[in-house]
Write a protein that binds this ligand. Structure first.
Ligand code: FPP
Length: 249
């Protein structure tokens, strides 16, 4: 290790590398409060939140966690003040443009889930570009939920399956969990093993309703802009202490 590397550049020795989650999902809550506590406009919290997400992505790569999904914008978030919504849309676009080359080089495969058709066209273009330029990458699957709603996702899967039954492509008896999952936005990635929510809220907020069926939850009072590698370490320690029974004894 060189002098300027932190010990957390490597998997902490008290974590079992064979029992890490294969997929971590995060609800990045508390950006607005973090900014307000400092007398700053809410958007400063979102800006700082991007840096935290970037470091978490890097940390997952450093520690050997193969998939990360982040809830960036829910279908309900359109109800925020127009200036904040506009800021977030512009922020997503700017960050994608700025980070794309590094993600490509660092072997990140980025995907977006949600109703992307309702996003501004310039953001959609940036999304398409980042998805296609990283499609062959194998290092980590990074999924960003944008204009995402879990109920809407389930409904669109039902509609697709119903129309395939109607056209005779599949039989009703063929509908099982695997087939249903393959019609969700997240068909490219396994279900999350661990969900982290910051800022202490005990809600799922319409996030990955089907996929989180057996996930372990880690809820912390820390606001997202203060979420650090050392807190991620704590979340993973807590996860490794859980007895995952998947409904069995
Ligand atoms: C929730 O905090 C946070 C959001 C709605 C936005 C999260 C988005 C980012 C961190 C940017 C991610 C960027 C990319 C490109 C993926 P809040 O505003 O609800 O906080 P509050 O509960 O304190 O008001």
């Amino acid at each position: 290790m060189t002098a300027n590397q932190s010990t957390l550049d490597y998997l902490p020795t008290d974590l079992d590398s064979s029992r890490l989650p294969k997929h971590v999902a995060v609800i990045m809550d508390g950006n607005g409060r973090w900014a307000k506590n400092r007398g700053m406009p809410r958007i400063m919290g979102h800006r700082r939140g991007v840096d935290v997400l970037k470091d978490l992505l890097r940390c997952c790569q450093d520690w050997g966690i193969p998939a990360l999904t982040a809830y960036a914008f829910s279908t309900e978030n359109w109800g925020r003040p127009i200036e904040e919504v506009d800021f977030l849309m512009t922020l997503f676009e700017r960050v994608l443009r700025r980070e794309l080359e590094e993600m490509r080089q660092k072997d990140v495969q980025i995907k977006f889930v949600g109703n992307l058709s309702a996003l501004p066209s310039s953001l959609r273009a940036e999304i398409d570009r980042s998805v296609s330029l990283t499609a062959e990458n194998k290092g980590i699957r990074f999924t960003v939920a944008t204009n995402y709603g879990g109920r809407e996702e389930i409904l669109q899967a039902c509609r697709e399956i119903a129309s395939q039954v109607k056209s005779g492509k599949i039989q009703v008896e063929e509908i099982d969990e695997a087939l249903f999952s393959s019609h969700l936005y997240t068909a490219h990635v396994c279900d999350p093993d661990l969900l982290i929510r910051t800022s202490g809220e005990m809600r799922i907020s319409n996030f990955l309703l089907w996929q989180l069926a057996y996930a372990e939850f880690y809820i912390t009072q820390t606001l997202w802009p203060d979420f650090s590698r050392s807190e991620f370490h704590q979340a993973l320690l807590a996860y490794q202490k859980r007895d995952r029974r998947f409904g069995k004894v």
